[in-house]
Design a protein around this ligand. Structure first.
Ligand SMILES: NC(=O)c1ccc[n+]([C@@H]2O[C@H](COP(=O)([O-])OP(=O)(O)OC[C@H]3O[C@@H](n4cnc5c(N)ncnc54)[C@H](O)[C@@H]3O)[C@@H](O)[C@H]2O)c1
Length: 352
């Protein structure tokens, strides 16, 4: 248990998303950043100076610190499992970026390592903390849409071959490869929407998936589709791509029930119809975690606050390892189905 309810954290990986975690911890009065870590010396120098904290280029040296309670892991996908397991061995709580791992076996080892060590494991899915998705979750739990008939998740994004996958030598080290990114459009970009999709609709019975690489020079998929049957009987369709021209990008979930219909675009409820009720897509005053914050929140800050509170209150984070694993299971099932030409039944038996 951390001293005087202050959770002492280190942010590991100071690339694109690491600074967002730093900002989140700065907004959280129960947390204190005591160190940063990256293998790139210039980033360690920059952030340790800016925050006035210790900087590390060796992750294991960082973990040896006895006054450290938790780490935020913001490194490339292939490092999530070994870094989480090492943190658990050293008795540190872990908040790991999505996807939690590149395979289900890794995810299971992470969950087990953290359980055995008695440390918390949180997986970043910040969209679950936004007001629109939380409202849809409530509506579904209350059964307002009736029996769910059909649902659709669409992630049509753009990622540049030259400015993203091959932006520089570092990007080329890990992006666009099965061994390091663990996949492409699904595991890196569409995963947020896939997470919401299963959070809204529940367990899947089976799915059929297909993927391919069409507009990028990468090994992993830039486009994928799946049709699914949920355990509740509803039918689902999923589309994910990073080949959409930038000006036409779209992120959308639609859910059709026997007594209602809802459309979530980006993270906002755009259409909401409930039989026999006058409802507005945009609520005048929406409830949610937002109002409990004193400072203007970003979604990472909300999830970081929940993670810190879960340590102090000794409870599970809202998105724990088991929750973080669910979208990965769907993605792995789509990859398996496409490779074998067969439907995949849930729960998926990890093959790698
Ligand atoms: N939640 C979101 O919306 C969101 C957005 C962007 C990225 N991400 C996720 O964040 C993670 C990182 O992505 P990114 O875009 O910031 O990548 P990035 O490549 O910009 O940054 C990764 C950093 O990790 C460092 N690193 C590599 N090996 C290391 C090691 N052994 N020890 C310490 N540091 C090491 C690199 O030097 C780099 O600075 C990925 O899992 C990605 O999917 C999440």
């Amino acid at each position: 248990m951390p001293r005087s309810k202050l959770v002492r954290v280190a942010v590991v990986g100071l690339g694109a998303i690491g600074p967002v975690h730093i900002e989140g911890y700065k907004q959280c009065e129960n947390a204190e950043i005591i160190a940063v870590c990256d293998t790139r010396k210039e980033l360690v120098k920059k952030w340790s100076k800016e925050l006035g904290v210790d900087g590390y280029t060796s992750y294991i040296e960082l973990l040896k610190r006895e006054d450290l309670d938790a780490v935020s892991i913001c490194t490339p996908h292939y490092l999530h499992a070994p870094m989480t397991i090492a943190a658990a061995v050293y008795g540190k709580h872990v908040l790991v970026e999505k996807p939690m791992a590149t395979s289900l076996m890794e995810a299971d080892e992470m969950i087990n390592a953290c359980r055995e060590a008695g440390v918390k494991l949180g997986v970043i899915f910040q969209s679950r903390f936004a007001e629109g998705p939380r409202r849809i979750k409530r509506l579904l739990e209350e059964g307002k849409l009736g029996r769910i008939v059909m649902a659709e998740a669409i992630v049509k994004w753009f990622r540049s071959d030259t400015k993203y996958y091959h932006a520089d030598k570092w990007a080329e080290c890990w992006r666009g490869k099965w061994s390091t990114e663990g996949g492409g459009a699904l595991i890196n970009q569409a995963i947020h929407t896939i997470d919401l999709f299963q959070w809204f609709l529940g367990d899947i019975d089976h799915l059929y998936g297909l993927y391919g690489t069409y507009t990028h020079t990468i090994n992993v998929e830039d486009t994928a589709v799946a049709v699914l049957k949920f355990k509740n009987g509803a039918l689902g369709v999923l589309e994910g791509t990073v080949s959409m021209p930038r000006e036409f990008q779209e992120t959308k979930i639609t859910i059709l029930g026997s007594s209602g219909y809802v459309v979530l675009e980006d993270r906002e409820v755009k259409v909401l119809k409930i039989e026999g009720e006058e409802v507005k897509a945009k609520e005048e005053k929406e409830e949610g975690v937002k109002e409990t914050l004193k400072v203007r929140p970003n979604l990472h800050a909300l999830q970081i606050r929940d993670f810190v509170d879960s340590i102090i209150e000794n409870r599970e984070p809202l998105v724990n390892g088991e929750e973080g694993r669910k979208s990965l299971e769907i993605i792995q099932a789509i990859y398996m189905s496409s490779r074998t030409g067969q439907p995949v039944k849930f729960p998926v038996k990890p093959l790698w």
